[in-house]
Design a protein around this ligand. Structure first.
Ligand code: SF4
Ligand code: ZN
Ligand code: ZN
Length: 310
């Protein structure tokens, strides 16, 4: 029987990458301590910060919310929650309910942003872009930044874990996307209307986030978004897990090699951000991607209405 390295009681988990067995209580402490260290290592938060936590209702963001809630006094930060209702039928409603139940249980002030207020849902945007995920990514980036800034947050924390981060590195590498590779950082400072963005789970493997929510008995959205089916990121993650099975610790090694040795060699000059002529939010062009999407969706909805009338 495996025993906890700290208290010698029966172990609840075995972390191959660290050659470590831990009981429930000591795994929870280990998980939260690693997040604390990650936050300090990458200067993610300062004392007195107001931190908006983006909670989708999935295991990663729920784990992040609870870990930050346990750490908030030690970090001396104030937490607030932000959830976007993407209007995906049979999915978004439950995600929002789960997030709200957690905010209320932890007494964390929060805001739910419903994309219908802007006149569309992710379901209705199907066909406007390569995939709904591409439109959804634009919406989430725009609204999370705008609303958390309006809520008075200095920092936006998201639940991207080690596997998520490496899957994007692989994708960007395969496409030769130097711009993305240069921007992939655990902590991005505020710039030109964009609030600081941090990923406190960047050194946390996805499986550990799942273990944390399971061991703490936390409710989370177990079902995948219907549009996630066939996403290449799932294949990249499977590949990374195959490697990890054979070589425990290789994912963390890849992260460190990328951040410490490869990324500093990538030089990519990002042009300064402009202001969107329509909404006044930061934008890479004269009209931001969100406003373009809005325009496209209005045209599509108007065409659909005409078709119905004819
Ligand atoms: Fe949005 Fe795609 Fe994620 Fe679904 S899978 S929440 S559509 S990015
Ligand atoms: Zn123990
Ligand atoms: Zn705009």
């Amino acid at each position: 029987m495996a025993v906890c390295r700290v208290c010698r009681q029966r172990a609840a988990v075995r972390l191959k990458y660290a050659n470590l067995a831990l009981c429930k209580q000591h795994f929870i402490e280990y998980f939260e301590r690693r997040i604390f260290r990650t936050i300090k290592k990458y200067n993610m938060m300062r004392e007195g910060d107001r931190v908006a936590v983006a909670v989708s209702g999935g295991k990663d963001s729920v784990a992040l919310l609870y870990a930050l809630s346990s750490l908030r006094e030690k970090l001396k930060v104030e937490l607030m929650g932000i959830t976007i209702d993407l209007g995906i039928k049979g999915y978004s409603e439950r995600c929002v309910q789960i997030a709200v139940r957690h905010y209320e249980h932890l007494s964390i002030p929060y805001e739910v942003v419903d994309v219908r207020e802007y006149g569309f849902t992710v379901d209705e945007l199907k066909g406007l872009r390569r995939s709904p995920c591409s439109a959804c990514g634009v919406i989430k980036r725009y609204l999370l930044n705008k609303v958390s800034r309006e809520m008075g947050a200095r920092v936006l924390a998201t639940g991207h874990n080690l596997d998520d981060f490496l899957a994007v590195v692989l994708q960007a590498y395969i496409r030769g996307d130097l711009r993305l590779l240069s921007k992939l950082k655990p902590s991005l400072p505020p710039i030109d209307g964009l609030i600081a963005k941090v990923k406190p789970l960047v050194e946390t493997p996805e499986k550990d986030a799942l273990l944390y929510v399971l061991l703490r008995g936390l409710e989370y959205m177990e079902e995948e978004c219907p549009y996630a089916v066939g996403a290449t990121s799932i294949e990249y993650k499977a590949l990374l897990n195959q490697l990890e099975d054979k070589h425990p610790g290789i994912k963390l090694q890849m992260l460190r090699a990328f951040l410490d040795r490869i990324q500093p060699l990538i030089t990519y000059e990002e042009p300064p951000l402009a202001i969107c002529e329509k909404c006044g939010e930061p934008s890479s062009g004269s009209i931001c991607q969100f406003c373009r999407l809005l325009e496209l969706s209005r045209t599509k909805l108007a065409k659909n209405r005409c078709r119905k009338l004819n």
